[in-house]
Structures are given as structure tokens and as C-alpha cells.
Design a protein around this ligand. Structure first.
Ligand code: FSX
Ligand code: SF4
Ligand code: F3S
Length: 381
């Protein structure tokens, strides 16, 4: 935990976390700018804003597995791991607090009183039976979240649980098809308490750390949340279906499907649609951003597992695992590289569809460029 005096940061030659040079910090911010669809030149502005004043953050945890925090802490890209230590002043986090008990709760109250912070909500929030299924320090987490959020500049819901209820909101057959605790996302929980602080959601179970960090950087730089869709998700990350940029898409278009796990098609990397892949109804950037910077295949479909729609409400934890996806729309890829022995494709259908696919390809390319920019920067330094 940090006290108030730690909020001001010296923009010197090294960042506050100690091991990250200012030059590297700007490179990371430039990569994030590209990733968010901003000019790379914005990187310097983002870095300046982020280092001028660390953003105070109060992290409120509800019903969760803590995978969201854990995955952020264990990101394999060291610069981004440093970035989260550099970027924010973590005032309170049940997972990371050094103190405990009354000491921690007193720190929380002091931070709320100081104001000027962003609340991060992790996990779901139970509304059933007055919220008794999740309490901290004798108070329901819903009451705590409402109090903290009412003085926050903005709320970031990290993970599917905080976005729409996630796994704890899964319905139970022996409970009449209802969530046992009435688990909902942070926006619905705050609405139930009449709190109107703006909320942005970063769904995923867990979400990609880059989506969270880029949202934080955007807020720090511009003082507002990024443009969101009708589910309060940043459009830069959740604007396209996974299916639109999937590496197995050429197989889908060519009608080549894995029929069973381990069959020839599965071994050859064919499309996983028949195994229940929910990529055609899940909005996320897993297929272009991938995970942990360990290679292009580090995401569910890349490793041969159908996407189960972990980030999409009414798909993950709701639709049966191996039931066929309900495609929302199908846009042909504008251009795609042929897979071994397969055709090289080019979209020939209507202009609107092609336009959509081209935009998707550009967004995907932007993300890849951002990652490569960061990688190249590492190699050069
Ligand atoms: Fe939920 Fe996060 Fe899934 Fe777990 O805390 S989004 S269960 S990865 O960890 O809230
Ligand atoms: Fe990829 Fe799944 Fe779409 Fe097949 S159905 S192309 S595996 S996202
Ligand atoms: Fe989740 Fe599907 Fe991405 S399962 S991690 S949304 S590929």
C-alpha cells in the first residue's frame, strides 16, 4: 500500500519501479498507443501523463478466483509487469495489501476520503439475500463497492465476473436455473445502489492484461474512459469477433473441420467450430493479441482448444461447452494467407462486408504491430 505522498513521481531517467528506463517506458506507451488505434507519437504524451502523477487505485474484490490479479502479476512481458507497478498507486487491494484487518480497512477509508482515484472492481457481486454471500470486515462487498465507487472518478470492471457476473453467475439446475448468490457485474451492483459513476468493462476469464493496462493508460492520459460498445467494453479491444481474425479461419472458409479431439483434422489445425468453438459469437481480441508474449499460438484456439466464450455474457458459463456457436455475423476475411495445401483467399462479396473485414484486419495488424514495436524496442536497447 502506498501513502498519499507517494503519488507524485519524479520523471527522471528511471521510472519509479526502478528497473524500467524512461526510454523503455516511452516505447511501451507508444506500443500501447498503436494498440488503441492512436498515432504512435501519442506514446510520449501517454508516458508524460502516466509519470507525472501515478493514478491512485482502490481495488475492490468480490466473488472471484483472483485469476485476474494473478494473471496481471504474472504477465510474461516484463515491461508491462513493471508498467503496472509504475503507473498506479495501489491504495488498497485485498490480494496485495501488506496490512490486514483493521489496519487495512482504515487505509481504505483514508484513501476514499482523499478522493481522486479510480476503482477497479474484480469478481462478481451477490445481490441475493441482501448480499450476505460476500462480506469483508463485516460489511457486504456490494455496500463497500457502492461507497468506494460513489467517490471514484471512474470504475474499471476487470474480468468477466466484474463485467457481467461471469462464473459465479452461472445458473444451477438444482437452484431452479438461477445463480445461487444472485451474482452480477459491478455496473448492475452499483445501479442497484443508485451509484452512477461511469463503468468500463474488461471481460475475459481472465482478461488479457494488455486490454486492462491500455484502458488505464487511456484514462490517465485523457482523463476519460475510452469509447465503449453497448456492453461498456472498449471498442479498441472488443470491436471484432474472435472468428474474424482467427488463424484457423481459412479452414472454416474452406469447410475443413476437426470432428473429434485428436483426429487428423485436429492435428492439422483445422477449424474447431464442430467441437463447439464460440469464436463466431464472442467479441474479443484473443486471436490477434494472444497471451503472455510467448508466441502466436498462446491462446485457446491456437493450442487446439475451442474458444468457450469466456468473455461473452450468455456464452461462457452458459452455453454448453461443445454446442455449436450461434454466429452473430460472418464477414469474409479480406485477404488471408493460405494454410498448407489450402487456397489463398480473397474476399469477393459485398462492399460492406469486405469493408468490415478490412477494418478488422487493420485492427489486428495494429495490435501485432504494437507488440512487435515493443519487441523490437527491446532488441534495440
Ligand atoms: Fe472471474 Fe477474476 Fe475468471 Fe477468475 O478475479 S473473470 S473467475 S479468472 O479471477 O474474476
Ligand atoms: Fe477459429 Fe473458432 Fe472461427 Fe474456427 S470457429 S475459425 S476455430 S474462431
Ligand atoms: Fe476466452 Fe475464447 Fe479468448 S475462451 S480467452 S474468449 S479465445
Amino acid at each position: 500500500m502506498k501513502c498519499g505522498e507517494c503519488r507524485e513521481v519524479d520523471v527522471g531517467t528511471t521510472s519509479r519501479a526502478g528497473n524500467l528506463s524512461r526510454r523503455d517506458f516511452i516505447k511501451i506507451c507508444s506500443a500501447a498507443a498503436v494498440y488503441m488505434g492512436l498515432p504512435a507519437a501519442m506514446g510520449a504524451k501517454i508516458a508524460q501523463a502516466a509519470t507525472a502523477r501515478r493514478l491512485p487505485v482502490i481495488w475492490v474484490s468480490g466473488q472471484e478466483c483472483t485469476g485476474c490479479t494473478e494473471s496481471l502479476l504474472r504477465t510474461d512481458h516484463p515491461d508491462f509487469a513493471h508498467l503496472i507497478l509504475d503507473l498506479i498507486s495501489l491504495e488498497y487491494s485485498e490480494t496485495l495489501n501488506a496490512g490486514a484487518g483493521e489496519q487495512a480497512e482504515a487505509a481504505l477509508q483514508a484513501s476514499v476520503k482523499a478522493g481522486g482515484y479510480v476503482m477497479v472492481a474484480e469478481g462478481s457481486f451477490p445481490l441475493k439475500d441482501g448480499g450476505i454471500y460476500c462480506k469483508v470486515g463485516g460489511r457486504t462487498i456490494v455496500d463497500i463497492a457502492a461507497e468506494v465507487a460513489s467517490s471514484a472518478a471512474a470504475v474499471i470492471g476487470i474480468g468477466s465476473c466484474a463485467s457481467w457476473g461471469g462464473m459465479p453467475s452461472a445458473t444451477a439446475v438444482d437452484m431452479g436455473g438461477k445463480s445461487p448468490t444472485g451474482a452480477v457485474g459491478i455496473a448492475e451492483a452499483l445501479e442497484s445502489k443508485g451509484v452512477k459513476t461511469p463503468v468500463v468493462n474488461i471481460p475475459g476469464c481472465p482478461p488479457n492484461g494488455y486490454n486492462f493496462l491500455s484502458t488505464v493508460l487511456y484514462f490517465v492520459t485523457f482523463g476519460k474512459l475510452p469509447e465503449v460498445d453497448d456492453k461498456a467494453r472498449p471498442k479498441f479491444a472488443y470491436g471484432r469477433l474472435i472468428h474474424e481474425n482467427c488463424e484457423r479461419r481459412p479452414h472454416f472458409d474452406a469447410g475443413r473441420f476437426a470432428e473429434q479431439f485428436g483426429d487428423d483434422g485436429h492435428r492439422q489445425g483445422y477449424c474447431l467450430y464442430k467441437l463447439g468453438c464460440k469464436g463466431p459469437e464472442t467479441f474479443n481480441n484473443c486471436s490477434t493479441l494472444t497471451y503472455n508474449d510467448v508466441g502466436a499460438s498462446a491462446w485457446p484456439v491456437g493450442m487446439g482448444a475451442p474458444c468457450f466464450g469466456c468473455s461473452e455474457a450468455d456464452v461462457g458459463f452458459t452455453a454448453p461447452l461443445h454446442s455449436p456457436a450461434r454466429p452473430i455475423y460472418v464477414t469474409p476475411p479480406a485477404l488471408f494467407t493460405g494454410v498448407d495445401g489450402g487456397p489463398k483467399g480473397k474476399a469477393t462479396t459485398g462492399g460492406a462486408l469486405v469493408g468490415g473485414a478490412v477494418i478488422g484486419a487493420v485492427v489486428g495488424a495494429g495490435i501485432v504491430t504494437a507488440k512487435k514495436t515493443g519487441k523490437k524496442a527491446e532488441e534495440e536497447s
